[in-house]
Ligand binder design. Sequence first.
Ligand SMILES: Cc1ncc(COP(=O)(O)O)c(C=O)c1O
Length: 483
Amino acid sequence: MTTAFEDRILNERARLRGDEAALRKRVAEFAHGPKAKEILDLTLKYESTGHLDFSLFNCPPVIDHGVGARLYDVDENEYIDLHGGFTVNALGYGVTEINEAVKSQMDKLCQYAELPVEPRARLAKELCQRHPGDFDKKIFWAVTGGEAIEIIMKLARWYTGKPILITHWGDYHGRTAGAMALTSKAFMVAYSYPIPPADTAVVRIPFPYCYRCPFGKAYPSCEMFCAREVGRLFESKETWLNNPKAQVTNVAAFIIEPFQSSAGYITAPLEYMRMLKDLSEKYDFLFVSDEVQAGMGRTGKMWSIEHSGVAPDLIAMAKSISNGLPISAVTGRKEIMDSWGPGAHSSTFTGYPPACAGGLKLFEIYERENIIQGAAEKGAYFLEGLKDLQARHPLIGDVNGMGLYLAIELVKDRQTKEPAAEASHFAANELVNEGVICIYSGYYFNRLCFAPPLVITKGDIAEALKRLDVVLGKAEAKFGIGK
Ligand SMILES: Cc1ncc(COP(=O)(O)O)c(C=O)c1O
């Protein structure tokens, strides 16, 4: 029997409501030092409980500064950073060259009515040149990743004149009102009550999460059943996507993460994206890669989609473009970018000049120091280390990664693959106590994700792996895993 609204809603809401008193208790128990406690008390007094920080850790560390891939909190505890602030800090911390470039632009001009400025024009060229594909490209500037996605949603529909956007279950594309419709997070829907994300022209398909194949198949004997299933949706008139008889397609774009980031750093078979690209060509709509988190060289190529050999029509990018300053962009085919009239989209801090100056310096360093190749090499070393841990720790069910974009999936039992969510929560928090910052995520809250600054040294990776080894051992003992 279904529980009636008045009997369920208060209980359900209570489970999702903020609770300052409960957070204060966590601070009292878990704060990483007296200075952190003082700052967190102030934070809790004046900031909304709806922020992300306490959802990531029992008690978030209060970072003061960083050097390279090491972070230091306000109580002078040192951490190896395996998180990169959600990949914002590709070149790590204290990068004097970038800071000087940003400061010098700030001394000249911060922002003036979104009008063009020199560093913005130059960075536009750099980013357009890095968009794969043998066609002319242009850029549209924005401020956040979510805004880049909003731009793509509008632009794709405007250009094609079609309504439907296809994305994956588990994709994360931002939390603004439009982008939220493309993001699959159960708790976000509850906070939209009583109106769920209002964009009804969004169709979701399962992501090729091979360790837990949504179709119960195994790779590669599945012969990419998942991608073929997407194709099948276009062959029937009984879906929203396409009328095969009249040859009318209702789709504007695939808007997808080639690898799923917020869902737990899940990589996918490379041929999957190629098959989806073929479908977008066959049915004449756009293919959009959201590279906000996995892009900028993290996976060992500039954009994660490049591993598939696919040249997307549009790319969403943000986070580490300026190594820590808020700036985002969409690059893509010239003819799409030029289909908009002047003023079609705008936001005040678009293409923020100091961030553009930082971005130009960032690419100078990328080229000079072979940062992307370094990410591939150090990532392979990190992956080997994780596989070695898997050989010794029954808690690790799966390891996947590409460059410095890696994750381990924790399970209670390798046969049943029962997710070890509590052990993951324990491990992520214990790692902070051991001086390693990473986050846990996953469809079942059971994946530890690793995205260090691309400048991390092999020495730091080796040290982090040692500490991970200790923490996994503690988690196995605490939760009786492998006994
Ligand atoms: C893949 C992806 N797309 C979009 C976004 C949204 O970016 P922002 O938080 O800057 O709005 C994120 C943020 O984590 C992301 O990971």
